[in-house]
Design a protein. Structure first.
Length: 362
């Protein structure tokens, strides 16, 4: 007689919205996905369990120590390596992949050399723990004193890139080395936080950039012997891609795949972890994702055709990601009409991004 459960339980380190969406994605396939809070009590893991994470860095607690030391923690060594911008940038250099020139900031005496070698305008970034633009400073010779002495050795300096626009690639690698990729997503960041994503493959540059990006992310995943979904954020300058950063997990810029693809990035991650048969990801429809940031819930959003609301159930605070809206339709005009409808239901700080998304779709 066949056992009633087909797959091992997948435990997720971290129980934020990404863990929650991994759990939803597992449900139709009857994959039991259990996100775990860092402060949950340690417990006896079933022998065949699979462990993954929704975040690249975590505090040491009895539970995280137990999970991180477990032999079934997939990609365990990758997390620390990518969570530190220094080792992440060093990996890109080692693979000779294009990224903005950078160095470790070690002491104030280094400033003249950094401006001369890296650039006159810099982005100084915390090596670990920064997110949504936090832990970043734009620095030139005039304001170098803004970088407090205790930040030295904790930050890298990279060249400020006057890019044309930003894209990201979300893809996955399977155990046998096969890869799958979604189409490149165009991202609008405002004040360091993702506001909108647009996935549309009809731009004249699309196929060349897609090819470049797939080649880059594939070489990173192969080098790391990685299994699961990884995201790569890039700057586009003319016909060229520069890698901004990598995330060894499902990513905010891939949320549109929940509606625009038959297999979402969350399901793709589970499929790769469990080594399930997976077709090429060719089913994408033009899609838009609107991040809901610090905005109270509005029931009117629900009354939008071809639109899906994800509300994370978190307390609403300024600058906090509290949900997102996905819109997808084969006819881009239909998406534009729904974005125009949502215009009246979203606050002022969404308006310029709506203009951007509509322009991208035209
Ligand atoms: P995330 O929310 O993606 O985790 P983060 O806080 O980790 O963001 P980055 O992705 O490094 O940080 O930077 C956030 C945004 O700041 C980028 O998407 C880009 O818009 C801008 N930015 C970062 N680095 C540079 C750079 N070198 N030149 C110009 N703009 C930059
Ligand atoms: Mg980023």
């Amino acid at each position: 007689m066949q056992n009633s459960t087909l797959y091992p339980t997948v435990y997720v380190l971290g129980n934020g919205q990404l863990g929650r969406m991994l759990r939803y994605a597992g449900a139709p396939l009857d994959i039991d996905v259990r996100p775990l809070a860092f402060d949950a009590a340690p417990f006896e893991l079933p022998a065949d369990s699979v462990i993954t994470a929704e975040i690249e860095r975590w505090e040491a607690t009895p539970l995280t120590d137990m999970l991180a030391g477990h032999p079934h923690f997939v990609n365990r060594p990758v997390f620390g390596r990518l969570a530190d911008r220094l080792t992440q940038k060093a990996l890109l250099d080692e693979l000779a992949l294009p990224t903005s020139p950078w160095c470790l900031l070690e002491s104030p005496q280094q400033w003249p050399q950094v401006f001369a070698r890296i650039g006159e305008k810099l982005v100084v970034k915390r090596r670990t723990g920064g997110y949504d633009g936090r832990g970043q400073w734009i620095v030139s010779r005039e304001n170098q004193a803004d970088i407090d002495s205790e930040l030295f050795n904790q930050v890298i300096a990279e060249q400020f890139i006057p890019f044309d626009y930003e894209v990201s690639l979300v893809g996955a690698r399977f155990k046998n080395g096969e890869t799958r990729f979604y189409p490149l997503t165009h991202n609008l960041q405002q004040n360091g936080i993702l506001r909108y994503s647009v996935a549309d493959t009809s731009s004249p540059q699309h196929s060349r950039l897609q090819q470049q990006a797939e080649h880059m992310l594939a070489s990173i995943m192969h080098k790391l012997d990685y299994i699961g979904v990884m995201a790569m954020e890039c700057f586009v300058i003319g016909e060229r891609l520069l890698i901004n950063e990598l995330a060894p997990r499902v990513h905010n810029s891939g949320h549109w795949t929940q509606l625009g693809c038959a297999i979402s990035q969350f399901e793709l991650h589970l499929r790769a972890l469990l080594d399930l048969p997976t077709p090429a990801l060719e089913t994408a429809m033009p899609s838009v994702m609107v991040n809901l940031i610090g905005t109270p819930h509005n029931a009117a959003w629900l009354n939008t055709p071809f639109c899906q609301l994800h509300w994370y159930g978190k307390a609403v605070r300024p600058g906090r990601k509290v949900g997102h809206l996905n819109l997808a339709h084969p006819d881009k005009k239909v998406i534009i009409a729904q974005l125009e409808k949502l215009r009246g239901e979203l606050p002022q700080d969404y308006q310029s991004g709506l203009d951007w998304a509509i322009e991208k779709l035209q």
